[in-house]
Structures are given as C-alpha cells and as structure tokens.
Design a protein around this ligand. Structure first.
Ligand code: ATP
Length: 447
C-alpha cells in the first residue's frame, strides 16, 4: 500500500469514528485497535454477510460459538504447543525483536556481519531461536504450570472438538460443515500495517467434513466459492488473485492449500486475506489419539466407519475490512466545484450508514419533515440526520464515510411530499415520494 493511502486511511478512520488505537490516552498498546461506531457497523455487516452466505443460506453448514479458553491438551494435539513458532532474533543493543526472515536484516543473525535494521549496529543480533506465538495465561487462582491455559490462536480447534456434538445433535450426514466467527490471539513478532497483522483479531472459519477421496473435489469447490464471495463484496477484480501453495510450502498436515490474496499496494502488495486448506484427517485423527475418544463418522448406507477429511476456509474480517477500505478509498475532483472530495465507495450493503437525511435549510418546516423521515427510516437501516452547515459540506461528510444515499428535504418537499435522493457515486439526484424512499433504498442495497 502506498504509505500515503495507508496514512490517509489511518487518519480518516480515526477522524470519522471507524478505528482508534487501543489505550491511546496511555500512549497506545502495540498493534491492538478499537472499532468505533462506524467501524463496528462495517465489521458487523461483513460478518453478517459471511454468516448469511455460509450458514443461513445453506443446509449443509451449521453454526457454532466455542470458548476462547480450551483444555491445554487441545493445543498439544493440534501441534501448536510444539510447532506454532516463528524464528526470532533480537538486538542486544536496541532490544528490538525481528522475525529471522525479516528482509531488512543484512548478514546472518548470530554472526558479526549481521546488522540490526533498527539501530544499525553490527554484530548485535542474536542467532534465531524459536518463539511460540500462543498467549499463555492461568486458569483458577494458582499460577503454576498445572494451571497454564492458552488464548486460542485459531477458532478451528473449537470446531474439531465439537465435531461429534454438532453431527449427532443436528443429525448431519457427511459432507457437512461447521462455521464460527470469533476472536483469536497470536503474539506476532512483527505486527503492523494498521489492522493487517495484529495480536488480537477475529476469524471467520468453516471446517467442511468430507468422505476421504472426495476431498480434492471439495477443496476446488470451496476455493472458487470463496473467491466468488470476495468479488461479491465489491473488492476490485484486478486486486484479487489465487496463490496455490507449492508442495514444499505446505504445512506438514496439509494435502493442498490455496491463499486468496488482495493487492494492498505499496510495500505490502499482494497478501493473503483468506486461506483454503485441505487438512486431510490430521485434526480429527490427532484429537482422537490425544483424547482417547473415537471421532469417527458412521456411514450407514455403506455400513462403514471413517475419520472424515477436513476442507477449511479461514478468513479474517479485520484484514478483509482493510481490503475493503483500500479498495473503496478514492479522492476525486468534482466538476464545477472548487473543493475535491474523498469517497469510500463501499458496496451499499456493507456501508455503515445507508442514508444521510438533511433539511435544505433550518426553517419552513423542513427540519421537522426531515427528522420524521429519519426516524421512520431508522427502523429499517442506519441513518444519519444532519442539519448543520452548507448542503455541499453535508454531502461531502457522508461521501467520506461511504454513505451511498443522501436525502434532502427542500421547499418543494413541503408542498408535494417528495424528497431528492442523491447517489454517492454518480452524484445524480432524483425526486421520490417521501413515503417510498425506504423501499427504494432497501431495494438498491439488496441489489
Ligand atoms: P499469515 O501468513 O498472514 O500470518 P496465516 O496463514 O497464519 O496468515 P491463517 O492461520 O490461515 O493465517 O488465518 C486465516 C486468516 O486469519 C488469514 O487469512 C487472515 O485474514 C487472518 N489472520 C491471521 N493472522 C492474523 C493477524 N495476526 N492479524 C489479522 N488477521 C489475521
């Protein structure tokens, strides 16, 4: 992302109530961000859209909300205790820490030629050591090793341990999936790029349980289906691509993996927003082994038992939200106007506020009529009522937060009961009967 666009977005997000730095009055805390009134609407719209398409609109996927804290053995079985590590080097001079594969490190860490990318000293970087990215805490009043639990680094394990609970209670037949949205925590060594990589984030993950042998077919299916979903968000086509992992890049348990990447521009370029993974029987197999409980599926028609294979789709709403912001942000010159405008051209269904409602002037019954329209519309979708400042200014304020429609009550409204609807992108205005604006906007948001 060009630094200026990222910087513009960070400042716009703060100024307009999308995203604030955590604990800012104390100087902030590393890479944690708080979602303000507009940010939470945008994130919720994104999550609802995922939930609707993955759970509600399908009869082969069920929802789940498992706990963040789990039995510590879960993370031994999953391989996270032993293997969820990144090689870390630290500088003995400035005390900064880096991932060993940090491209700005010159020389070989641990050797005298290595140069710290932060303070520039030579020979002060330690040899790489393995750093586990799980956050540890204690359960109960005793802080000893027996009480150690972890904040989950992914939601998937909560799904695997509930595989039979969901399958049996909902009487599901393979193939079927379990989806959940929830927080995950990773003690990333080098977080950054605004909300791209943080230590606390959310995931929207779906585990699809299939009969062994059909897994590659389902992997291909989900790969395409998920790309279709991202395109449907209005993310620009030319900024989306697949990255199929080569055999030597695959995690040891994966049979195939594909990233859906978005081009954030600048130094970040194309980067993963979602991973689609064929995980074989690794997860259920390991939990069966570590828990001693059978996690097999009984295929009644064929009278056989097997451990299903898993095809996973894993996407982060925070990272996708950043992609939406980058994709939607534009600065424009408006013909015939002295001032340009900044626009967040969100898909109307995702925009945090759907309509701005304004009286043209603060007299002649216009504020009363506009307030009544705003109150009525609020029952259907979020509306922003604004009567302060010049009308052009009010339009600009809504453009900047991505509001797709602005309704203005003017002199004619008082006599004939119509209002103007202004379209954020085309700037076209049309007159519509005040009692019809709700249905007009709802139909446009849905399309
Ligand atoms: P990366 O390689 O970028 O660290 P990953 O391959 O470890 O990501 P997964 O474990 O597949 O990521 O997680 C699925 C999704 O969760 C990612 O595609 C991303 O959208 C999101 N995600 C993962 N780590 C973070 C993070 N630290 N901050 C924000 N989102 C994240």
């Amino acid at each position: 992302m060009p630094t200026d666009v990222l910087e513009s977005l960070v400042s716009l997000c703060k100024r307009r109530g999308f995203i604030f730095q955590s604990s800012e009055i104390y100087g902030g805390v590393g890479s944690v961000w708080d979602y303000g009134p507009l940010g939470i609407e945008l994130k919720r719209n994104l999550q609802d859209r995922w939930w609707k398409s993955m759970v509600r609109a399908r009869d082969d996927i069920e929802g789940l909300d498992s706990g963040i804290l789990m039995h510590p053995r879960v993370w031994e079985a999953s391989g996270h205790v032993g293997g969820f590590v990144d090689p870390l080097v630290d500088c003995k001079n400035c005390k900064r820490r880096f991932r060993a594969d940090e491209p700005t490190i010159k020389g070989t860490p641990g050797e005298p030629d290595a140069q710290c990318p932060s303070c520039g000293m030579k020979g002060t970087l330690s040899a790489p050591r393995q750093f586990n990215m799980m956050f540890k805490t204690f359960m109960g009043p005793v802080e000893d090793t027996a009480a150690v639990v972890y904040l989950r680094p992914e939601t998937a394990q909560g799904t695997y341990v509930n595989f039979l609970n969901v399958q049996q209670s909902m009487r599901k037949k393979v193939p079927f999936g379990i989806a959940q949205i929830g927080k995950a925590f990773r003690n990333e060594i080098t977080p950054g790029n605004f909300i791209f990589r943080t230590r606390e984030f959310e995931q929207m993950e779906m585990q699809f349980f299939v009969e062994p042998g059909t897994d590659m077919k389902w992997f291909e299916y989900w790969r395409d289906e998920r790309m279709r979903w991202h395109r449907g968000l209005g993310l620009r086509e030319d900024r989306l691509r697949f990255y199929d992992q080569r055999k030597d890049e695959l995690a040891h348990y994966a049979r195939a993996a594909c990233d859906i990447q978005f081009d954030f521009g600048g130094s970040l370029g194309f980067a993963e927003i979602e991973g689609v993974h064929n995980r074989g029987d690794f997860d259920l197999g390991r939990h069966q082994e570590f828990s001693g409980k059978k996690l097999e599926y009984f295929d009644q028609p064929n009278n056989r038992r097997y451990i299903p294979y898993v095809v996973e789709t894993a996407v982060g709403p925070n990272r996708t939200l950043l992609a939406l912001l980058v994709s939607a942000y534009r600065e424009e010159i408006v013909e015939g106007e002295a001032e340009g405008r900044t626009v967040l051209g969100f898909h109307p269904a995702l925009a945090p506020v759907k309509a701005g409602v304004f009286p043209l002037v603060k007299k002649d019954g216009m504020p009363e009529m506009a307030e009544k329209i705003a109150t009525d519309l609020r029952k259907q979708f979020p509306v922003f009522y604004d009567e302060s400042g010049a009308i052009g200014r009010r339009y600009r304020r809504q453009d900047e937060i991505g509001t797709p429609y602005c309704l203005t009550v003017d002199g004619q409204s008082i006599t004939d009961g119509t209002v103007t609807i202004r379209d954020r992108d085309t700037l076209a205005q049309e007159r519509v009967a005040a009692e019809r604006v709700g249905e007009v906007i709802v139909s446009r948001i849905a399309s």
